[in-house]
Design a protein around this ligand. Structure first.
Ligand SMILES: Nc1ncnc2c1ncn2[C@@H]1O[C@H](COP(=O)(O)OP(=O)(O)OP(=O)(O)O)[C@@H](O)[C@H]1O
Length: 264
């Protein structure tokens, strides 16, 4: 058997944007997370992967400042997180679009809240609408779009506010396989282009290996970091070639071997 092209590392770099230190979270009797220490570097996409209920969404929400840890600390650019902040954008599973607003207004809404002039925010929004393949749909309302298109609007909105840290909670979970693949490619292009810090939660091992620079495997609840894997994949290859790449296939297998004993 070939040795998977993946290595374990946990070294902070000078480019570390998000530092998670000693995070524990208890929901009354339920211990969701135990002593999580992680660093998230700029320009990289890190995926949190692990058995259902291991605390992935909880960790993402603690980093977002949407819920408080029981103990420990999160720092973003050296500053302790005490609540939500403009440098962090949280992309929810359902995207929570405003049904009464057009695609353009939805995508530009965060900028509107910041008080940006209309022409400027529309120009930024137009750019991200194009990035997610929705040019021509600017004046449509959410109910006139397919589920996959609505998710793209949500993604464009998150990018438009220009947050440094993007927290994505299973953004592709509700779309069909073809749309999902298209999204994954859009996401990889944006990671490459935008130099932001992406923290991504998914249930799909294949998706994690395809899109991630690093994969953090969490153990069963209480979630702890059990392994960190860096898939070594040539991302300049075509999407189909990547999915046939031996390094890709070996990493998928390695993660499956690590996770399968949690599934019965
Ligand atoms: N508000 C809450 N009150 C009580 N328990 C909660 C609350 N939110 C989450 N939990 C529990 O904490 C644990 C971790 O939940 P969380 O949603 O973070 O896990 P997850 O890994 O994202 O799960 P999944 O993979 O199923 O989406 C679970 O056992 C869940 O039931």
């Amino acid at each position: 058997m070939t040795i998977p092209a993946a290595v374990q590392t946990l070294h902070p770099t000078s480019e570390t944007v998000v530092e998670v230190r000693g995070i524990c979270k208890k929901y009354s009797e339920v211990e969701a997370l135990r002593l999580i220490d992680l660093d998230f570097p700029r320009g990289k996409l890190t995926t949190l992967l692990g058995p259902s209920g291991c605390g992935k969404t909880t960790l993402l929400k603690i980093i977002a400042g949407l819920i408080q840890a029981t103990s420990g600390e999160v720092r973003v650019n050296g500053r302790t997180v005490t609540g939500p902040g403009p440098e962090r954008a949280f992309v929810f599973q359902d995207f929570a679009l405003m049904p009464w607003a057009t695609v353009m207004r939805n995508v530009a809404f965060g900028l509107e809240l910041q008080g940006m002039a209309k022409a400027e925010r529309q120009s930024i929004a137009r750019n991200y609408i194009a990035e997610v393949g929705l040019t021509g749909f600017e004046d449509k309302y959410p109910h006139e779009l397919s589920g996959g298109m609505r998710q793209r609007v949500g993604l464009a909105r998150a990018f438009a506010v220009n947050a440094e840290v993007l927290l994505l909670d299973e953004p592709f979970s509700a779309v069909d396989e073809q749309n999902r693949r298209k999204f994954q490619e859009d996401l990889l292009r944006l990671v490459d282009k935008e130099r932001k810090t992406f923290i991504f939660v998914t249930h799909s091992i294949e998706e994690a290996v395809y899109v991630s620079d690093r994969i953090v495997l969490l153990s069963r609840r209480p979630g702890r970091v059990s392994q960190i894997i860096e898939p070594k994949i040539d991302r300049t290859a075509s999407p189909d070639a990547i999915r046939r790449d031996q390094g890709y296939l070996d990493t998928v297998e390695e993660i499956w071997q690590g996770l399968k004993h949690y599934v019965d």
